[in-house]
Design a protein around this ligand. Structure first.
Ligand code: ZN
Length: 297
């Protein structure tokens, strides 16, 4: 999936000050950043977008800087004041299946998500392949009638329109955390992920992650997708607001320290202010044309 979410450009990871100290994390934090659901292809089918090239981001290892154990941010820029005092009271359980490359990403939003929820309601499993033998808990979750997998596509039902049968509650939601191509690979190659009902978000919410360029205006980070999905499952809009609060605070910090608002590629193209050379690859060029014309890719 093209993830969306976050992230500053690597050139902001300058030494020590401001930006870098805000968000680029420490080695100890390299467990879960980046998140994202949905993708370019998926997006077109379902309005979920995703992230583009987080793989370009350099990993900053700033060993020795003390980090907050709750939010995983450097202590000086701890985001805990923006987290709920008590974990949210939810019955739905999230399973974030995370591509191993995500572990070394610089900015992580999954710890923020996890910090908003009771420990048992947000589980992060790292790996590319999952099997019944090695991952019996995940296998049994995948087989449960109360489990949904958030992955866009023509076979996915809109979560907003799903008849949530209370007899199947409490529900589990599996979210794949990786770039679009990683997520696609993980989804296609793990038969376990084909067992749960496939769902997607129909939301038109624009990403709050304004500090990095998103491919489209509706690309959402894993944290955002999780926030929306939980609000729908729990029938409680305030959940979304609470989970997005630390993300907004993070973006606001970044902007105050010199980061610039990054419009999506879609916005830049449509307004004629895309300043990068157009791709030579015909397929990529075609995609950009489609993006400009708002057509399905
Ligand atoms: Zn903290």
């Amino acid at each position: 999936m093209r993830s969306s979410a976050c992230f500053l450009q690597s050139n902001m990871e300058t030494e020590g000050l401001g930006l870098s100290s805000l968000c680029f994390t420490e080695a100890t934090c390299s467990q879960d950043e980046k998140c994202f659901v949905s993708c370019e292809e998926g997006k077109n089918e379902n309005n979920l977008g995703g992230l583009s090239d987080l793989s370009d981001l350099a990993v900053e290892r700033t060993e020795g800087r003390p980090t907050c154990s709750r939010c995983s941010r450097p202590q000086k820029v701890c985001l805990c004041p923006f987290l709920p005092v008590h974990p949210l009271d939810v019955s739905t359980c999230l399973y974030i299946v995370q591509h191993p490359a995500e572990e070394s990403r610089v900015l992580r939003t999954v710890p923020l998500l996890a910090a908003c929820l009771p420990p048992g309601n947000c589980k992060v499993l790292v790996g590319r392949r999952f099997s019944e033998v090695r991952d019996p808990e995940l296998a049994s979750v995948c087989k449960s009638p109360g489990t949904l997998i958030l992955y866009p596509g023509s076979d996915a039902e809109n979560l907003e329109e799903l008849d949530l049968n209370s007899s199947a509650a409490p529900y589990n939601i599996i979210i794949i955390d990786g770039t679009w191509s990683q997520a696609k690979d993980m989804f296609l190659r793990n038969p376990l992920f084909h067992l749960p009902k496939q769902v997607q978000l129909k939301t038109s919410l624009s990403s709050q992650y304004v500090i990095r360029t998103q491919p489209t205006n509706t690309c959402l980070s894993t944290l955002e997708c999780a926030a929306i999905a939980l609000s729908i499952m729990e029938k409680n809009d305030s959940i979304q607001e609470v989970i997005l609060r630390p993300l907004k605070a993070l973006c606001s910090f970044q902007l105050q320290h010199g980061a610039q608002v990054h419009h999506s590629k879609e916005h830049l193209l449509k307004n004629g202010i895309y300043d990068k050379p157009m791709p030579k690859n015909k397929r990529k060029l075609k995609r950009m044309e489609l993006l400009m014309n708002n057509k399905k890719m």
